[in-house]
Design a protein around this ligand. Structure first.
Ligand code: MEV
Length: 434
């Protein structure tokens, strides 16, 4: 066990790691240093986002053009390492751009926080305390919310929740907030801790054993929610490459979504595809993808079974097809890394400095588009054809192919299914000829 590791300088940390885990290998040291940013100030900013930083881990930053959302054409930034995600999204964007584009509306932007406490006082006393002190608690929150209230946000309401049937003496103060363009985690936690301290102090005369267990926001925000959709007549959905009518295609998509509604195994992969898109935007804009994922998956389980986050319908009478997502998304366009990370800042500028609500629309719609792209492949050509084609580049890089080898192999596999072994064999055939 090493003591005081965090106190070592960056170089000392690297030396320690290389000596201990890489047997003093200079290549590894250089590898880490090669990813340091040459601009020392910028590197310092990056280092200070976290702790014990020894290098930067670079991810591809891509963009998706032709993304028509609520009649506005956007260029969407995506940070994602998985090949084919951006290509699939670009295809879906182009497809829907000529069919009315994507539509989206933010239903609500409510955030949640809880003070969890234990008291074995009579329930009537807990309830009386809460109703007598509710307005003071709200005023206390307000006194700490000056700048948030100026922007139109703040504490919306607090409720007492009795959970003593689940855990002896367990109550919650359940608070709801509006946090404007901030994700609001720090603001909410500050307010909750102040409310917790107040309850602890003032409830002591009633129950000197009251325990404030914890004061923390909830990342489950089912009322911070956005709906995005596309719709068109099935005559616009024909898939000529697969000799598939628009109606047949619509029925296949509806069936595929139904399967993801019914079966948690499929729902998990289906929703994973949605988050391929959502996370790309969330990362590119410096938002918290862990919070977004946790919330999305909790929401997907709200009926008691994990299920699809999208839904699809085809009205056989009118011929209209509709594909929709409803997704809770707690995002910010101010605070956190959003302005501090130069590329997050760039992403927000690229999107026209959106409000948090607009960013919710963009991220959810990207999730919908990504899901459409995946389902379209799955019910027509299958996923591997396109996937492995994009993956071909990764395989070629792994095999250290040069540019002309890459061109040759890409041509060779143009209409073939890609597999690592086949590519490896083709490369060695090619190399044996030269
Ligand atoms: C791959 O990252 C995502 C998909 O598996 C999603 C899906 O199956 O719907 C293609």
């Amino acid at each position: 066990m090493i003591k005081g590791f965090s106190k070592l300088s960056k170089v000392e940390k690297i030396d320690y790691i290389i000596e201990r885990y890489f047997h003093d290998n200079d290549n590894q040291k250089n590898l880490l240093k090669n990813f340091w940013h040459e601009d020392e100030n910028l590197q310092k900013t990056l280092d200070e986002f976290s702790e014990n930083t020894i290098s930067n881990f670079i991810f591809p930053y891509g963009v998706v053009p032709n993304f028509v959302l609520n009649n506005e054409t956007l260029m969407v930034p995506m940070v994602i390492e998985e090949s084919s995600v951006v290509a699939a999204l670009s295809k879906a964007s182009k497809f829907w751009a000529t069919r009315g584009g994507f539509k989206s509306e933010v239903i609500n932007t409510q955030k949640v926080g809880q003070v969890h406490f234990i008291t074995h006082a009579d329930k009537s006393k807990v309830e009386r305390f809460f109703s007598e002190h509710k307005s003071t608690l709200i005023a206390l929150a307000s006194s700490l919310s000056e700048s948030m209230e100026k922007r139109g946000g703040g504490l919306e309401d607090i409720k007492l929740i009795d959970l003593t049937d689940k855990e002896a003496g367990y109550y919650q103060l359940f608070a709801t907030f509006q946090t404007c363009d901030a994700m609001g985690a720090n603001y909410i936690n500050t307010i909750l801790e102040a409310l917790g301290r107040y309850i602890n102090e003032r409830f002591k005369p009633i129950d000197s054993d009251i325990q404030i267990v914890m004061c923390i926001l909830s990342n489950y925000t089912p009322n911070c929610i956005v709906r995005s959709w596309v719709e068109c007549h099935v005559s616009e959905l024909e898939v000529p490459s697969h000799h598939m009518s628009g109606a047949d295609f619509a029925r296949k998509i509806v069936r595929a979504v139904k399967i993801a509604k019914i079966d948690p195994y499929r729902a998990t992969t289906h929703n994973k595809g949605i988050f391929n898109g959502v996370d790309g935007v969330v990362l590119a804009t410096g938002n918290d993808f862990r919070a977004v994922e946790a919330c999305g998956h909790a929401y997907a389980s709200r009926a008691g079974q994990y299920s699809s986050l999208t839904s699809a319908s085809f009205d056989e009478d009118s011929g209209m097809f509709r594909f929709e997502i409803e997704l809770p998304l707690s995002l910010g366009t101010v605070g956190g890394l959003t302005k501090l990370h130069p590329l997050a800042n760039f992403s927000l500028k690229l999107l026209g400095d959106p409000s948090a609500a607009k960013l919710m629309s963009i991220a959810a719609t990207v999730g919908l588009a990504q899901n459409f792209a995946a389902l379209r492949s799955l019910v027509t050509s299958g996923i591997q054809k396109g996937h492995m084609k994009m993956h071909l580049m990764n395989i070629l890089n792994q095999l250290e192919a040069n540019d002309s080898e890459k061109d040759h192999i890409k041509n060779l596999f143009n209409d073939k299914v890609v597999s690592f072994n086949d590519v490896k064999e083709a490369i060695s055939d090619l190399r044996s000829l030269s």
